[in-house]
Design a protein around this ligand. Structure first.
Ligand code: ZN
Length: 403
């Protein structure tokens, strides 16, 4: 069912009621569902309404720089009549939602100016409408926003420490490859011309690559995420190190203001970007935590400042060997390449000092042909095989060099 963005029409309202009734009928007792989202713009305030099949107790808080309101709910199924990630209205400039961590689903409302939640309540089902969470936002000053909307420790659990990872060194002899599907959950990543999300492409390719790597029997393979869930950048780095990774592959899809730009590219870490486009891309990719509603104040100096020290020089040499000398050559016959397909910049997700790490941009989802190609199973298999072949060549050559 597709209605106008902010539906006011009688027909649309009737369809919505029908949709809700149908969803309620099919819901099982323990599935919490978000059934619709509405934004109402009023003089001096903006109302955000979430329709649910049950009562909830949300945790609501604000984060500055940029101004965001975060609404955490228990894990829910987003069963919306239409996808609503994208532009907001009124005081809400952008809207995102998705799984933030196991057990917690999150809305992130980007604000056009500092605004506080002046009213927050649940409405019981009535008049054909299900449970509704209602939040009213009103403009305020920065100082008031920072004080009145600040998260308590419980509201914003430090996501960096939440995934238990064994600290013990690995026992096996096989090289460990960590495959990182970029973005996820509340962070959709880039959005393609036809609406496909980068997070989905990244996960589909990660699964394909992992399957191929495992089938070879030569590697220990670890995924940073294997579902549609948010993961902070530093957590990805930490997981890679804790797994004792010998190679870290972060998978992404790119966009460009010029629609004709297309092609595969691979990036390594450097404290000086190889070109302006690589610097802009790194800035964009490094925003994932802001997008996901993480309080960067917890570790801003760590994520934002990237300086390659002596210990990283050898690691970086290996990253460049894999990216420039091997991967580009393997992919050449399977996909079109961007001009200068190997570039470098300050990507936060590549900063493990002891793990050769590359960030792969599988292609441009702002290019209509490439977006269509990237979602086909044929291209996914072809490109994934080329990447796996590059991994094999890399370990064959580095292992023989070590003998
Ligand atoms: Zn990305």
């Amino acid at each position: 069912m597709r209605c106008a963005k902010f539906r006011r029409g009688v027909l649309c309202a009737a369809l919505a009621v029908f949709g809700v009734a149908w969803s309620l009928g099919s819901a099982t007792a323990d599935e919490l569902k978000v059934q619709d989202i509405r934004i109402g713009v009023h003089p001096g305030s903006t109302r955000f309404v979430v329709e649910l099949n049950d009562n909830v107790e949300p945790r609501v808080f604000g984060l500055p720089d940029p101004y965001r309101v975060v609404i955490d709910l228990p894990e829910v199924d987003f069963d919306l009549p239409e996808e609503r990630i994208g532009d907001g209205a009124g005081l809400i400039s952008k809207l995102r939602y998705g799984l933030f961590q196991p057990g917690t689903s999150r809305f992130v409302l980007d604000l056009s100016s500092p605004s506080r939640v002046t009213k927050q309540f649940m409405l019981k089902p009535a008049g054909g409408k299900p449970w509704r969470l209602v939040l009213d936002l009103t403009p305020t000053t920065r100082a008031d926003f920072v004080v009145s909307m600040r998260p308590s420790a419980e509201d914003n659990p430090n996501p960096v420490t939440r995934v238990p990872v064994p600290a013990a060194p690995r026992q096996n002899e096989k090289p460990v490859v960590v495959v990182d599907a970029g973005h996820g959950g509340v962070d959709p990543g880039a959005i393609g011309v036809s609406g496909v999300y980068e997070k989905k492409i990244a996960l589909d390719y990660a699964r394909e690559i992992v399957q191929e790597l495992k089938a070879s029997g030569k590697y220990e393979v670890v995924m940073t995420r294997d579902r549609d869930i948010f993961l902070p950048l530093r957590e990805r780095v930490r997981l890679s190190r804790a797994a004792g990774a010998d190679l870290f592959l972060s998978l992404h899809a790119n966009t460009h203001p010029k629609r004709r730009t297309r092609g595969f590219s691979v990036y390594t870490l450097s404290d000086r970007a190889s070109d302006k486009e690589a610097a802009a891309l790194a800035a964009l990719e490094n925003k994932s935590d802001v997008i996901g509603g993480v309080n960067l104040g917890d570790y801003s100096d760590d994520v934002q400042n990237i300086l390659i020290d002596f210990a990283q020089a050898k690691t970086n040499e290996l990253s460049v060997k894999f990216a420039r000398d091997i991967l580009v050559g393997e992919v050449k016959t399977s996909a079109s390449l961007l001009t200068r397909p190997w570039r470098s910049a300050g990507f936060a997700v590549l900063k493990a000092p002891d793990v050769p790490s590359v960030l792969v941009e599988l292609g441009y989802i702002s290019n209509p042909q490439e977006e269509r190609l990237l979602v086909t199973a044929t291209h996914r298999q072809k490109l994934s095989r080329a990447i796996v072949q590059a991994v094999e060549t890399y370990f064959e050559t580095t292992q023989s060099a070590a003998l």
